[in-house]
Design a protein around this ligand. Structure first.
Ligand code: GDD
Length: 337
């Protein structure tokens, strides 16, 4: 397997970091496209891949900038390209979604068009999302379910999905999309609800905060673990023919259930600490977003390894550990109270 070369956009994010680890384990030479400001600010912006930095090859550039993508693909041959970079938070105002749409759509077009021109043999993975289903007409959703996105993020992902399909069909490229349902981990960003809860629990456990404010506790999601989901990205690119796959656990849980398990880990009752603020509400789904990953299971032999309680436990443990370490180091430097 040795010597295979992969390019990852969005390498500094949650999925990019797990995918890097996975590909390095498989013996790949792993390259990443990283903004110059991030390269200059390792501690904050590269924290998810800090432990891998001596094994990765990072290039300065941005997916928003066509010349930087073109130059990189013109100078390095890649076997596989994983396009994960995107503005990925859903809860923004639809009216303010122009940047999300234009960045997410044009970056995908830049990469696909550069690959086609410079290295058409390079296999391409596009990070699609369950947000593409939006107001779905039926549950669970699979590869045949109609897309009805209702956020600018969801619309940008449908456009990226269609671009990927079109390059596959029109130019015979090995281009695939994964339609990934929510996937979480200790490396999740703080704007997402699972991380917000895990980190709130740790602050409450250490007495730094008394309560946590959330939106709709009855919102349901199909939550998996990011480390399981990056493996399926790789599997898609190892098949004889390119195709699109739904990646999900098929199990729904509410935000409330996440809270219950997370607070139980510090022997507290979530009802004593969680407040609800309609500011964090989003339009609810009449039909929940829940994936049917039968195709990935049967054709790729993929199975998620971690359960929902495993995920909650790992995220809360990580936050408790992080808060403890922060407190210890501030005590050592004499800043602790
Ligand atoms: N963020 C947030 N904050 N969400 C809350 C809160 C809160 O205080 N309270 C309730 N929720 C609910 C949201 O309404 C939503 O139903 C659910 O929790 C999950 O929200 P997020 O964690 O923000 O994720 P998302 O489902 O909108 O989107 C994520 O998953 C998609 C599918 O994989 C993102 O990672 C997207 O980029 C991704 O495509």
């Amino acid at each position: 397997m040795g010597n295979r070369r992969a390019l990852i956009t969005g390498i500094t994010g949650q999925d990019g970091s797990y995918l890097s680890e996975y590909l390095l384990e498989l013996g790949y030479e792993v390259h990443g496209l990283v903004r110059r400001v991030a390269l200059e600010d390792h501690r904050h912006r590269l924290h998810r891949i800090e432990h891998l930095l001596d094994r990765l090859i990072l290039h300065s550039g941005s997916v928003e900038n066509y010349p930087s993508i073109f130059r990189l693909l013109a100078s390095h041959p890649f076997d596989e390209c994983y396009h994960l970079a995107a503005q990925s938070f859903v809860g923004e105002d639809f009216e303010e979604g122009f940047a999300t749409m234009s960045i997410n759509i044009s970056s995908t077009q830049y990469i696909l068009s550069s690959i086609r021109e410079l290295q058409p043999q390079c296999r391409f993975y596009f990070a699609g999302s369950s947000e593409m289903f939006g107001r779905a007409a039926a549950a669970p959703q699979d590869e045949e379910t109609r897309f009805r996105p209702r956020s600018s993020y969801g619309i940008s992902k449908v456009a990226g999905f269609e671009l990927t399909r079109n390059y596959r069909e029109a130019y015979d490229m090995f281009a695939c999309s994964g339609i990934l349902f929510n996937h979480e981990s200790p490396r999740r960003g703080f704007e997402f609800v699972t991380k917000k809860i895990a980190s709130g629990v740790a602050l409450i456990a250490h007495g730094a905060q008394d309560h946590l404010t959330l939106g709709n506790l009855d919102a349901q999601r199909d939550w998996g673990h990011a480390a399981d989901y990056v493996q399926v990205m790789w599997l898609m690119l190892q098949q004889d023919a390119p195709d699109d796959y739904v990646v999900a656990t098929g199990q729904l849980h509410t935000v409330r259930e996440f809270c219950e398990l997370a607070f139980a880990q510090i022997d507290r009752d979530y009802r004593d600490h969680v407040r609800v603020d309609p500011r964090f509400f989003r339009p609810t789904e009449d039909i929940p977003l829940c994936g049917n990953a039968q195709k990935a299971r049967s054709q790729l032999g993929w199975q998620p390894q971690r359960t929902f309680p495993d995920l909650v436990r790992e995220m809360v443990e990580h936050e408790l550990y992080r808060r403890r370490s922060e407190l210890n180091s501030s005590r050592q430097t004499g800043l602790g109270s």
